[in-house]
Design a protein around this ligand. Structure first.
Ligand code: NDP
Length: 324
């Protein structure tokens, strides 16, 4: 029998129940995967809490690595015994085993162990699209990246360094700021006590940055816009502190003919081809030693609620895993 974390109502971490579930056999185009490591992502808390509404009851979780146990008709690109991962849904990765559409599976290459994969697929693919597609960095730029010691943040620090980008990263504590610098962030701002707009202006000699990557949301808006140089781009990719409040589009004109985008991974990894190309780039960066998957916290799957409490109370750094 498999087990899964499920919710029957939205709410705090306590709504997550560890339940026995029937898995069944994979149908056409599907695969049965037994999980060995599960990635925890901030979006899981939005699903659990109801910020992103879902039909209930539901499973949770977008990211897991494991081994294929069986495939359905028409699946010829993976086979039982293959090590695979997934990070673009459907929800239900918080489970010991599950059936998924096989076109969402990424084959894990040698040199990428299961725990590293579960720590770096969703967050690494996010960094890939943010800095290579949404606002492609060439090297030589100075950028602002919020929550630089988080899961997405520590990967961004390393990737920016590899590209020759000067990254200004924010974090809530001196310890987190030091961790971001160890991972390649050039300048850090402790935004719980320093005014990050003033510090960015100081670091850039008054010019501002061409792009701000903002996964914090409510608490850093609209100040993030004031860090941009004219025609700069505001990339709002998350809501760790709550969603950005509605604003008048005219604000973008007043603050320097700015661009703003609110991207999500599923609009970049839209099919098997783009998913695999993005994953290959992430895994190649890991295998070249340019970035590493930082598993900094693990919890038993049954204790997923504790993982959410830690993430939402800003206790975590880097990636967090659930172990089935
Ligand atoms: P993190 O590990 O970065 O955790 C969130 C961090 O946000 C915290 O550690 C904390 O860092 C910071 N933060 C600032 N204000 C708050 C607050 N009020 N409550 C809690 N945390 C706060 O999470 P992830 O790496 O999983 O995700 C980072 C962001 O990226 C999230 O917003 C997530 O939704 C988004 N995301 C978006 C994707 C997309 O495609 N759009 C895909 C993947 C992630 P500190 O203590 O230093 O302030």
């Amino acid at each position: 029998m498999a087990h899964a974390i499920r919710i029957h109502a939205t709410g705090g971490p306590e709504v997550m129940a560890f339940e026995e579930v029937a898995v069944g056999e994979p149908g056409p185009g599907q695969a049965l995967v037994r999980h060995t490591a599960i990635g925890v992502n901030y979006i899981d808390t939005y699903h659990r809490g109801g910020m992103y509404p879902l039909p209930l009851p539901t499973g949770l979780g977008n990211e897991a690595a494991g081994v294929v146990e069986a495939v359905g008709d028409g699946v010829d690109w993976i086979k039982p015994g293959d090590r695979v991962g997934s990070c673009t849904g459907p929800l239900g990765a918080y489970s010991t085993a599950r059936i998924v559409p096989a076109d969402r599976l990424i084959k894990l290459p040698d040199g990428i162990d299961d725990r590293s994969a579960a720590a770096i697929m969703l967050k690494g693919l996010t960094v890939q699209y943010l800095i290579r597609q949404t606002y492609p960095l060439q090297g030589g730029e100075t950028i602002l990246f919020h929550a630089a010691a988080g899961g997405v943040g520590l990967i961004a620090c390393q990737w920016a360094r590899a590209l020759g980008v000067t990254m200004i990263g924010t974090a809530s504590t001196d310890e987190k700021a030091a961790l971001a610098r160890e991972h390649g962030c050039t300048h850090t701002i402790v935004y719980t006590r320093e005014n990050f707009v003033e510090r960015v202006k100081e670091i850039t000699g008054g010019k501002g940055v061409p792009v701000v990557y903002d996964g914090v949301g409510k608490d850093t808006f609209p100040a993030s816009l004031d860090c941009l140089s004219p025609r700069g781009m505001f990339v709002s990719f998350g809501n760790a502190s709550g969603p950005v409040a509605a604003f008048n589009l005219g604000m973008l004109a007043q603050k320097g003919s700015l661009y703003a985008t609110r991207p999500t991974l599923v609009n970049y990894a839209t099919d098997r081809t783009s998913l695999n190309a993005m994953a290959k780039e992430v895994f190649d960066m890991v295998r070249a030693g340019k970035i590493k998957a930082d598993v900094r916290q693990t919890f038993p799957l049954a204790a997923a609620a504790d993982a959410h409490r830690a993430l939402q109370s800003r206790q975590t750094t880097g990636s967090t895993l659930l172990l089935p």
